[in-house]
Design a binder for this molecule. Sequence first.
Ligand code: NAD
Length: 430
Amino acid sequence: MNARREPIGVFGAGYVGLVTAVGFAELGSEVWCVDIDEAKIEKLRRGEVPIFEPGLAELLERHRDRLHFSTSPRETIENARLLFVAVGTPPTYAGDADLGAVLSVVAEMPVSADYALVMKSTVPCGTGRAILRMLEEQGRSGIAYVSCPEFLKEGSAIADFANPDRVVVGEDGAGWAADAVCALYEPLGAPLVRTDVASAEMIKLAANAFLATKISFINEIANVCEETGANVLEVARGVGLDDRIGPKFLSAGIGYGGSCFTKDVSALKLLAANSGYHFQLLGAVIEVNELQKRRVIAKLGRHLGELAGKRIGLLGLAFKPNTDDMRGASSLVLASRLVAEGAHVRAYDPVATEQALVVMPSLDCATSVQEAVAGADAVVLVTEWPEFLALDWSELARTMHGTVVIDGRNALDADAVRAAGLRYEGIGLG
Ligand code: NAD
């Protein structure tokens, strides 16, 4: 074992697992990474990157000698005592977190007090204690348990790993293991929240629920702005300068998406309900977000009338820029609703097309902005990729059939769009 830096094991080579692996490799650890997806592991062994995340490819290449990828946990367990769990916890049909992948990793864990399971996956509050109880009932107790929830943001995940707002380490007497996890993160100099397991689990859920609430709140303000003539950009600027509120997450748009907010807000709401508490606020946050995605349909209807037979160009598919992640993307709801109305949808995304076609194989995907926009009655900006912010609208306007541009992220240069003879409408701009 590396005497200077603790070697680590990582279960799950997805967005969180890979970023954790390369992040700790960059800090000097040997990393043994396991995934059940053979094709993904093969790619990683060949030096290919299975997901789009800025900076990931460079770090994978730089630390090829320290990063070991396998489909079998054996080598990982032989070489590391801290076993990070970064497998998915998608929603079940009931909306709770599906712990199936987490539990199959737990089943692989060695029965020995020399090892620790370090939970990066987002799990319901109470999971850590339930896992320890389960292991004890199975006569497999011994392994230490540390909750270390992940807060990275896709699109800036590498920078988030290197410069976290805080590191949360939850333990219920895990002693050496919690110390070892704290030591791993120590070089980053981030504020450390060392607490109990249940509180660590709840910090993650509460943080995501609060951020989602902020987005739904500003979206509701935007909708009231549309009724009253106020401009949500001005309102958010004025509100955000209050340092009790802060300027972040006050961008009105067509609703939050992604794998985390959607599932974690729902999981927290159900966790509360299953414990006998009705979390009213989160019900509203979810409903506002669903309605917000659909408001674009009403806007298009106001401009175009009947949508059946109309051609709509969508700019952006990923749930946000700088990622290829399509989980929970607002574009999916928008595209499906438009198709259901009888509209012809053609979409373009610089990175996420392949992933989008996995989820929605019938989607008509263009290979350029020009192709998505040509002949369109209306264009909707769905994802604010930087390349969409500098488009030549005069040139695009010449190829469009209609004149409507809906800016779902309030990110375009409204004057440039109008100067091209197009009708511009954002979200909550009065
Ligand atoms: P992901 O789907 O990108 O990756 C999960 C990986 O785990 C997949 O490659 C899958 O093949 C693998 N896997 C499944 N079962 C396995 C097993 N038994 N052994 C080994 N590997 C297995 O998921 P993700 O986005 O990285 O999220 C992982 C967890 O982190 C989730 O709980 C998520 O909520 C949480 N999280 C995600 C983010 C994010 O932005 N993506 C941020 C913070 C926290």
